[in-house]
Design a protein around this ligand. Structure first.
Ligand SMILES: [Zn+2]
Length: 1215
């Protein structure tokens, strides 16, 4: 009776379906029979189903009738199948289903699945298996239908497991290995079963891995579809780690099979089979054992050779890419070629907090590393190769050139602040006013007595310039461990050059390159000896005659005479003696044979280009002066030429590079060749700060490197091949990581040779170097030819995960990972050149001091400008604080009152030393503020500017990427900065706290940063509401009142600054950012408009600069536009303007629109304000995983819920 209840589908014959349709009539009869199944004669059902089958086979229309919408034909058929026990009827229906589901695609199968067809079939599999012997024909037909249905039914694998059908199919396979007709549909079904991770484990235990290997064999033209399906199945099974381990012994066989197919499949008809074999190898090598087996079986050489042979055929790319992935994974992990991962330079802190990073770094007990690491490493080594299986990043099958794979990057919402109390302003001022009162002296403009102010002399009433408080401190020739004086006679700066040459400003010093006749190098950064040889003198003259400055015209000042060339004063741009002491010599020498070839070749003399007109804030002599008071931990005594000469932004456009197909692959293959052809590798250390006497290789066969100057960062250079170098960056001082920023010098190059440079210890998992960004290069030869500038350069640039292991210690406690390689190629145009490479346009602390001094000279009687020293840094550098506003118009009380009541704007920059672009933006802001334009004057009249242009001078000086000398990221210390460890942050925050205490909270706070992963310039702000919206904390909290004013400034910027992109802005408060300047100033100080402004390191993908890499011109323009935007903001926020409600409302509604647009587009929400999470369309890193995180082995195979992952797509890009 219950059957009656269950199966009572009504045959629908109305609504347009012709009632005379024969098949519908038959189905109607069938339906009737179902209702009385107990009594029905099986013969009748048999006949009816046979008739239906006949109709279906002969009349296409019949199928449509059954499957048409509104028809319950499928239900009737399934009900019959479920009820009948008659073999022939079952077969008839299976034939019918096979016919019906073969065409019509997904819709018909969808109907079938939705009517419960899968379950009925699987039940039938089970009952059929109980017949002895089972009907082969039934099994064949059943599996044929299941093979069609399986891939379209998301729960197929789970249903099969719960039904107990898995083993039926497996046993069937085992018993019919020679029966190819039955084998194929069973394998097709098994392939679907295997894609479920729990099934895979269970099938593996049942011997299916071995079963598949029995089917898979060497090249044969027969049964290729069987082979293909078996390989897919095996590939799916091997995603389980237990299965992969079980299959390790088969690695040699699989490699043999792969080679066999590679050799014989000459027409490439069976690429899918070849790819299938690789897919299996790929999964086996996910385990350490698998990788070992692969190496032992000579897998590297086999895949390398086969791939190389595949290279000319583009259609074989999937094979090459998968091979490459396997080889990269199996490439034995190496330690970086360093004795320690600690920074080379150590700065002794007066106060080392026990729990801080420095204590952790330097007090690491030898046994403090996990046991499994400990026994693999010698006791003096603090870094280890950490290749336990746990560290496996799931490797993506993305052939890394494939953009589609990485398209869907979901910015997780985990980081958004959900604690509403943390989003509300924190009103309590933890510090007593008495304590803050000392900061009054930084706000003299608020108390200054202008009655006695002499308006004709703007210098009066202004504190003394603290720009170079120790400007005459003698510079000592380096004595640090890493830099022993090579020439002990080299004197201090004071001794060598007590006073800068008293030449007029435009008479710039020359730097010469001289050479002994015997080819022996003379480190001629020092002055030539008075008695320099006559021949040498002649050569110099010849050289000088070739030097000309283009475009700049005759030099002003007349001091040098002789066409703007000063032949006499050859003072180097170095603090005297320093260069002589410099190991490696900086490469100002020539190779002997080259010298002989070319008498007095070009570039014999370096002439400082005249840039006074183009760079009003730059002055080489002043720069050297500034350097003298800059304190670095390594006690640098050299000056890099680019900082000395200055940078004149080129007028030509520098386009974002198009990606060239296959670059990364080529680079990776070259890396793999190191293993395949170890004899080709030189492994010659040419620069090494870790060795006391940094080796100088000067055999003419190697480039010379140097980075021992301000902001320089290069730790080691290893010549790998004739024209290829591995470069290792130094970690931030008192740290063991944060490598990304680089700035170094290269010389001794050969013209026209294709050099390849690999920076091998990068840390970020992706970089704009993968998206068209180039490195920056400065050529001294170009500079003296009148083109003193950094240019974007380098070809074949890419950034990818390499085979150098990064231990958990070096990853800041995170799981061990790999380092990344940034590689670029370069052909040098000039011989005897000295070239510099940098991550981004360098901007040193000394440059800042020079700029500030020059800016101060721009002061007019209308400008109030003051420079204070906010504090000293840990390294003994002073942190400048600027105050800029307009002088009061008169000394009348009204004017003074207006003056004092101007709203404050607080700006800061360069808390992160590697983000030099922030300094260039700041330079633009400062230059605008000190400018003579009416706009600038209005701006000064509108606000009082408080500016800390460099929050982390020590980091900048010492070439750090991220941290200060405390080894910490200063932009994570704003919540409770320590006066001892984070003085610049502590005092900057105190200034803001002081302002809050005297009720003068700034209108705007903005901290300038650089962004390494995104394009354009954009802002992060803080909005309670937008944060709440992102997290859906609760509907009621949305009623919180919030002024929309925080959106005004970015909105204005997006309208006027071409590089600025509103779409990239975000106003969400993240947990990971709660200690940043932006969030703390917003929440604790109560500045509603508190921002981080991020400038791209790469370029723009919108606006006027779309497709161009960003340069200093654009960055400075951005800084100026920021000022103009503040002026517009002033108009919108001033009480006068507030009366014009209509106008304001327009603007506000405009802002509202943007907000809706922004918050509805998830891609505009970005978690991190300085860094990543934001992956763009391409990913060269081969890291993001396609494998489920949960290890199927640990999943309970008996779980009865239907939630385990089913992935029926076989990830076969070729299918
Ligand atoms: Zn930053």
């Amino acid at each position: 009776m219950c059957e009656e209840k269950m199966n009572k589908p009504k045959m629908t014959t109305d609504k347009g379906v012709p009632s005379n349709s024969r098949v519908l009539m038959l189905l109607g009869q069938l339906e009737k029979l179902n209702g009385e199944s107990m009594l029905a004669d099986p013969e009748i059902t048999r006949q009816i189903t046979a008739k239906i089958l006949h109709l279906i086979q002969t009349q296409e229309k019949t199928r449509k009738d059954i499957m048409s919408k509104g028809s319950s034909g499928m239900e009737v058929i399934l009900a019959t199948l479920e009820n009948t026990r008659d073999l022939q009827t079952i077969l008839n229906i299976l034939y019918i289903l096979n016919e019906l589901l073969t065409v019509g695609g997904g819709r018909r199968i969808g109907v079938f699945v939705s009517k419960g067809g899968t379950g009925i079939l699987l039940q039938l599999v089970l009952s059929a298996s109980k017949e002895s012997p089972p009907s082969e024909e039934v099994m064949l037909q059943l599996h044929s239908v299941l093979a069609k249905v399986g891939p379209k039914d998301r729960k197929f694998g789970v249903k099969a497991r719960l039904n107990g059908a898995l083993n039926v199919t497996v046993n069937l396979l085992k018993q019919n290995l020679q029966n190819h007709k039955l084998l194929l549909p069973c394998l097709l079904v098994l392939r679907v079963y295997s894609s479920n991770s729990v099934n895979a484990v269970s099938l593996g235990k049942n011997g299916v891995v071995e079963l598949m290997l029995k089917i898979i064999g060497p090249y044969s033209k027969k049964n290729t579809s069987l082979l293909k399906v078996s390989l897919d199945t095996l590939g799916a099974l091997l995603k389980s780690k237990t299965n992969a381990r079980r299959a390790v012994v088969h690695v040699p066989v699989l490699l043999y099979i792969y080679q066999d197919w590679h050799r014989n499949d000459t027409c490439h008809r069976h690429v899918l089979i070849r790819k299938g074999v690789l897919g299996c190898l790929k999964n086996i090598t996910n385990s350490k054992l698998g990788r070992k087996a692969f190496i032992d079986a000579d897998g590297m050489r086999i895949l390398y050779n086969t791939s190389t042979e595949c290279l000319p055929v583009r259609t074989l790319d999937p094979l090459i890419n998968t091979s490459s992935l396997i080889m990269r994974k199996c490439f034995p992990k190496n330690r970086l070629p360093l004795p320690t991962i600690k920074s080379v330079f150590h700065h002794q802190l007066l106060h080392v907090p026990a729990g801080g990073p420095v204590a952790q770094l330097y007090n690491q007990p030898p046994g403090g590393v996990p046991i499994y690491q400990f026994y693999t490493k010698p006791p003096w080594v603090d870094d280890v190769v950490d290749d336990s299986d746990d560290n496996e990043d799931a490797e993506a099958e993305n052939d890394t050139e494939n953009e589609e794979e990485e398209k869907n990057n979901h910015a997780g919402n985990d980081d958004i602040e959900t604690d509403i109390n943390k989003l509300r302003p924190k009103e309590t001022h933890s510090r007593p006013f008495e304590e803050l009162k000392i900061y009054e002296r930084f706000f003299m403009e608020l108390s200054e007595d202008f009655q006695v102010f002499n308006f004709d002399n703007p210098k009066r009433g202004v504190t003394a310039t603290p720009a170079a408080p120790k400007s005459h401190r003698p510079i000592i020739v380096p004595t640090s461990q890493a830099l022993p004086p090579k020439h002990p006679t080299a004197a201090t700066l004071q001794g060598e050059c007590p006073h800068p040459a008293p030449v007029p400003r435009l008479d710039l010093d020359t730097i010469n390159i001289t050479k002994d006749q015997d080819g022996c190098c003379d480190h001629t950064h020092t002055r030539p000896h008075p008695g320099a040889g006559l021949e040498q003198e002649q050569e110099l003259v010849q050289g000088l005659e070739r030097v000309s400055l283009d475009g700049a015209g005759p030099q002003g000042g007349g001091g040098g005479g002789g066409g703007g060339v000063n032949r006499h004063n050859r003072q180097p741009p170095l603090l005297a003696g320093g260069v002589a002491a410099r190991p490696g010599g900086g490469g100002q020498e020539m190779l002997a044979e080259e010298w002989a070839e070319e008498e007095g070749g070009e570039g014999a003399v370096l002439e400082v280009p005249d840039t006074a007109l183009l760079l009003p804030l730059h002055d080489p002599d002043l720069y050297v002066e500034m350097v003298k008071s800059t304190r670095s931990v390594p006690q640098y005594s050299e000056v890099a030429y680019p900082d000395y000469f200055g940078h004149v932004a080129p007028t030509f456009r520098e386009h974002i590079l198009e990606r060239v197909y296959g670059v990364q692959r080529t680079k990776i293959f070259q890396d793999i060749e190191r293993l395949i052809h170890p004899n080709d590798i030189l492994d010659k250390v040419v620069y090494d700060l870790d060795i006391q006497s940094c080796p100088v290789v000067d055999d003419g066969e190697s480039l010379k490197f140097n980075s021992q100057f301000e902001s320089g960062n290069l730790r080691k250079a290893v010549q790998v091949r004739k024209f290829e170098y591995d470069l290792v960056l130094n970690s931030d001082i008192n740290s063991n990581h944060y490598h990304q920023w680089f700035y170094f010098e290269v010389s001794g190059m050969r013209v026209g040779a294709p050099y390849r440079f690999n920076i091998i210890n990068c840390e970020k998992s992706n970089s704009q170097f993968n998206y068209g960004m180039q490195v920056l290069m400065y050529s001294v030869q170009e500079a003296i030819s009148g083109r003193p500038r950094w240019i974007r350069t380098g070809t074949d640039i890419c950034y990818y995960k390499n085979h150098f292991s990064r231990s958990s210690i070096a990853a800041g406690g995170q799981k061990g990972k790999s380092y990344y390689t940034m590689t670029f190629s370069m052909i040098f145009n000039h011989k005897d050149d000295v070239c510099y490479f940098a991550y981004h346009y360098p901007y040193t602390y000394s440059t800042l001091k020079m700029h500030l001094q020059k800016l101060e000279a721009l002061r007019t009687p209308q400008i109030y400008m003051r420079q204070d020293v906010l504090c000293e840094t840990l390294g003994g550098n002073s942190c400048p604080l600027l105050t800029i506003t307009a002088m009061p118009e008169s000394t009348s009380n009204d004017q003074i009152c207006l003056f004092r009541n101007r709203p404050l704007v607080f700006l800061s920059a360069r808390v992160h030393p590697g983000e030099t672009n922030a300094s260039w933006v700041m330079k633009g802001t400062l230059e605008f503020l000190m400018g003579s334009s009416p706009l600038a004057q209005s701006l000064r009249e509108a606000y009082i500017f408080k500016i800390v242009p460099m929050l982390n001078p020590d980091g900048v000086v010492n070439g750090n990427h991220r941290c200060s000398l405390s080894g910490e990221d200063l932009n994570r210390q704003w919540q409770s900065p320590s006066p001892e460890l984070h003085p610049t942050i502590y005092h900057t925050k105190s200034l803001l706290q002081y302002l809050a205490a005297i009720q003068r909270v700034p209108l705007v706070f903005c901290d300038y940063h650089g962004h390494s992963r995104k394009k354009n310039v954009f802002m992060y702000g803080c909005s309670l509401k937008e944060t709440v919206w992102e997290t859906n904390i609760s509907a009621t909290s949305c009623e919180l009142h919030e002024d929309l004013g925080y959106r005004t400034l970015p909105k204005i910027l997006s309208q006027m600054a071409p590089a600025f992109s509103m779409a990239s802005c975000s106003f969400v408060v993240e947990r990971s950012k709660e200690a940043t300047a932006r969030v703390v100033v917003w929440r604790e100080i109560g500045v509603q408009r508190s921002y981080t402004m991020e400038s791209t390191l790469c370029g723009c993908d919108q606006g006027k600069y779309k497709g161009l890499q960003i340069g200093t011109r654009e960055l400075e323009e951005m800084g100026a536009q920021f000022c103009v935007a503040l002026l517009r903001l002033k108009r919108l926020t001033s009480p006068l303007e507030l009366r014009k409600r209509a106008h304001l409302l327009d603007v506000e509604s405009d802002l509202m629109e943007t907000r809706c647009k922004v918050s509805s587009n998830p891609s505009t929400y970005v978690l991190e304000d300085e860094e990543h999470t934001f992956m763009e369309e391409v990913d060269y890193s081969a890291e993001s995983g396609d494998e489920a995180d949960n290890d199927p082995d640990t999943a309970d195979p008996h779980d009865n819920h239907l939630s385990d992952s089913e992935s029926n797509n076989h990830r076969d890009s070729l299918t």
